[in-house]
Design a protein around this ligand. Sequence first.
Ligand code: NAD
Length: 483
Amino acid sequence: MPKKHTHYDVIIIGAGPAGFASAIRCAQLGLKVACIDNWRNKKGQSRLGGSHLNTGGIASMTLLESAKIYHQLNHEIAKHGIHAGAVSIDIPLMIQRKDKIIDEIGHKMADLLAHHKIDRIQAKARLLNTRQVEIIVTEPGAHSILDAEHIILATGSTPVKLACAPIDNEFILDSIAALNLDEVPKKLAIIGAGVVGLELASIWNRLGAETILLEAQENFLSLLDQQISREAYRTYSHQGLDLRLGARVISAKKGNKKVTLEYQDQEGTHTLRVDKLIVATGRKPNSGELAAPEADLLLDENGYVYVDDNCRTNLPGVYAIGDLTLLGPMLAHKGIEEGVFVAELIAGLHNPINYDNLPSVIYTEPEIAWVGQTEQALRASGESIKIGIYPLTATVRALALGKAEGMVKIIAHSENDKILGVHIIGTQASELIAEAVLAMEFSASSEDLARTIHARPTLSEAVHDAALALKDRSLHLFEGKLV
Ligand code: NAD
């Protein structure tokens, strides 16, 4: 066991995307760093990467890719003139593949920490005061109290529980157990049609489960540009997702290897019997046991750690990043940027994050991705705007792929032409949005995008064409419509 320091320049609690990025950047800047994390995988092995890698975004994405292949074999390849024999499915093998990929990424992260001479401590830690961290579960040879000049809190978030649907992870599952099923449920209900609910629905529906989403809100994906939400609702419904809006679940009970749940909508109370129920009703910050009471770390009433615009908590030298704070949405890439930002701040650099240009993605098929403001928000604030929309049905690459559902929508200021928002629903939207983010980061106008040469045939032509459509200069649309 290598001798551990007791004094560091920086101690980071949490090795999810935010904490890990911060640790590496601190080390690059010459700081002596300890990174403390208590995650163990289902075999009890310590793992870096936090929930994003182990039970969230990457785990979910890995299964979604498997589900897409299965769906293509069953429903899409015949159109290409390809016929396969009977296609069967082995869910345990699919889950094993996911776990193997997670393991590989976790090992690479561990190698990187070691390469940067960052002390990795497998333990639960809590903040004692502005300079000290207590190690609660010690490994042999580790000190129980560590000192640092700066402490970064990056303990992430966990799924919220719903009192009316108690999780047993056999029949009523949280979003973690929902990525570890050993067979496809015949009939599946999901509470919550937010990002997590939709991504899980996209996996299990593609693998053959009859999938019902129960969403308390009347408005589907209310934070999105409403034109994109309407398109998403239409597309998902067409794919067979049973989306019930304004449906608030009030009880869920298991019995006879089924779950019986009750929900209320405008028409009254309804009963539904399903094989499995997934609860995907949001996440909450992991701040409960993060600090000793005498540390006086300021939290809000929902447990978010109070921070200023520079991720500084109320305690000098103590920072909070990622899902722990309300500074921007709960997104892995937001946490990563904050991790880098705080590391640089500690090293005397100040490179602020532009939260206005933060991309968001929903990893369904088709994907949804956006950056900047929505049409409804801009209209509500009285902004003078113009809009260019380009359907993927007019994009030759999308037609060749057989994935021509969706559109690119660009919103620009009417007078100065500055791009204010880009909203995409369609295959590879997560990749296409990067161009929009870069354009907005450089304060581009829609004319800049329209004058940028895009390779043909590519999906990115749809972004170019939406910019042209905004100026009524589309080469492929007739008065804004397909010829
Ligand atoms: P969410 O808040 O986006 O959605 C939860 C939904 O559950 C809400 O729409 C809510 O109205 C509904 N709900 C709550 N109680 C209900 C009830 N009793 N009956 C019916 N509906 C009910 O939360 P989420 O989807 O769990 O996501 C959590 C966070 O994680 C979000 O901030 C999300 O952005 C983030 N996340 C992002 C990604 C990504 O970037 N692709 C992936 C996973 C999670």
